[in-house]
Design a protein around this ligand. Structure first.
Ligand code: MG
Ligand code: MG
Length: 254
């Protein structure tokens, strides 16, 4: 499938989908505390997505049973919400997707459960920064590889492992569209970015090594060395200037 360029009406639908996703994040972040289950967090997402008149991007996708992916500690992505109870000191990555008027928004964030150790705090900070350097590199006229080069150079300079088997993606009428958006590579690689391209940029960064495994549930991706991992993601649209973030938390009025 070719890369699609969205028009103003389509970008507006994606902005509205992104706002629903951002609302879920604001509510989930507020609810996260020791003792809550990942299913409780999924229920919050269910309620907000329904109240907003949106639908979940994830529920039913290849049989997935949640509205969020909830990935705790060594889990990188695609954790299934369930009975797992969060404990003080855990970190949890929450990934949410919502559809409004046929268009998707997709954003992930890693949260601290109560007080976390310094090592985990730094992992979260570096991963979040790597998302923003990736977004800053997503400019019309540059190539797709500029995003991966920016993310990778920060993450490796900070001494962390990089997840290379998974990455970001084009997004729009489908949650996954062309192109694949790697979190590594060279600025000279890939297609040239153009205004109206919509991308999910989503670095996944490990305290230890790069390698991953998928658990027996067929979904949950974990670090091979079982060290912690963080995941930060925004959906953005390429413009004539800086990319516009379509899933901005600050737009949510609480
Ligand atoms: Mg996502
Ligand atoms: Mg995504």
């Amino acid at each position: 499938m070719a890369i699609t360029i969205k028009n103003a009406r389509e970008i507006d639908a994606m902005r509205r989908a992104g706002l629903v996703v951002a609302k879920v994040h604001v509510a989930v972040e507020k609810a996260i505390e020791p003792g809550i289950t990942t299913r409780d967090l999924d229920d919050i997402a269910k309620q907000i997505i329904r109240d907003e008149g949106a639908t979940s991007s994830f529920l039913g996708h290849h049989g997935f049973t949640g509205r969020i992916c909830a990935s705790v500690n060594e889990e990188i992505v695609h954790g299934i919400p369930g009975k797992k109870r969060l404990k003080e000191g855990d970190i949890i990555s929450v990934d949410v997707g919502a559809i409004v008027d046929g268009f998707h928004g997709d954003s992930a964030w890693t949260y601290a459960v109560g007080a976390i150790d310094e090592e985990s705090r730094r992992l979260l900070d570096v991963t979040e920064r790597s998302l923003y350097v990736g977004i800053a590199a997503a400019r019309a006229g540059s190539r797709l590889g500029a995003i991966g080069e920016a993310v990778e150079s920060l993450v490796t300079a900070e001494g962390y492992g990089m997840v290379r088997e998974y990455g970001g993606h084009g997004i729009g009428r489908s949650m996954w569209e062309e192109p694949h958006v790697p979190n590594h590579g060279k600025a000279s690689d890939g297609v040239r970015l153009r205004p109206g391209m919509t991308l999910a940029i989503e670095p996944m960064v490990n305290l230890g090594g790069d390698d991953t495994e998928t658990l027996g549930d067929g979904w949950t991706v974990v670090t091979a060395d079982r060290k912690r991992s963080a995941h930060f993601e925004h959906t953005v649209v390429i413009t004539d200037g800086e990319a516009e973030i379509l899933t901005p938390r600050l737009a949510v009025v609480v």
